[in-house]
Ligand binder design. Structure first.
Ligand code: ATP
Length: 201
């Protein structure tokens, strides 16, 4: 899987529409302190479904990730970030050659919208799409400062989750949990039905 492009608009320090094109191999982002290097990393995690404002190093509300103005610029009302992945190797379970994932947030409503290939979708559709591709929320595809030491210090069962994500097992564990919940629900319904039948007899 290959991240070909990021498009940012109104996200943190990126007031204007900014397109970062990645070439093959390795890309380094360099610049002076505070110029916005880590904001690119935050933008990627935001699109992939990050809901923790704290881990996005922002204020108290998600709307704080929207460009809040500077000495020369007024604040903007919307943040929008799109990630474009090459899907020629079909890492994503989708027939499309390119996968575009977009998250958008309006300041006025504090409401987020999500899109896959420009079609509106739910956050769950994005988490399902990226699950087991190695891009999942808790995977090691994005290593932030302090990540390595917390991985090394993690309890074995927590570390195991990362291996499960990398091995593609998480999706099946999640589906198993949903099925078990449904089975439980059905059993409870049957018990209730039996109670009613007993009363009628
Ligand atoms: P360092 O090298 O010191 O780690 P960096 O290049 O990684 O720095 P970032 O942390 O990505 O820098 O960016 C910090 C900058 O982003 C600060 O100037 C901050 O004012 C700006 N910034 C963060 N959130 C917003 C926002 N909502 N609106 C406007 N600017 C913002």
């Amino acid at each position: 899987m290959f991240l070909k492009r990021i498009e940012l608009q109104g996200f943190k320090s990126f007031a204007d529409k900014t397109i970062i094109q990645f070439e093959n191999d390795i890309t380094g982002i360099v610049g002076p302190n505070g110029c916005g290097k880590s904001n690119v990393n935050d933008a990627i995690r935001w699109v992939l479904g990050e809901q923790s404002v704290k881990s996005l190093r922002s204020g108290s509300s998600m709307a704080d990730i929207i460009f809040s103005g500077s000495e020369y610029r007024k604040p903007v009302n919307m943040a929008k970030v799109t990630l474009v992945f090459d899907n020629s190797t079909k890492v994503f379970d989708s027939p499309f050659e390119e996968i575009e994932i977009t998250r958008q947030l309006q300041r006025s409503t504090n409401e987020a919208s999500y899109f896959i290939n420009k079609t509106p979708c739910r956050l769950k559709d994005i988490t399902d799409l990226v699950m087991d591709t190695g891009l999942g929320r808790d995977s090691l595809s994005i290593i932030t400062q302090g990540n390595i030491s917390s991985f090394a210090d993690a309890k074995p069962e927590d570390r195991r989750l990362l291996f499960e994500e990398a091995a593609g097992v998480s999706k099946y564990k999640k589906r198993k949990k949903i099925s078990l919940n449904k089975l439980n629900q059905t059993k409870e319904n049957l018990d209730r039905l039996q109670d009613i039948l007993d009363e009628l007899e």
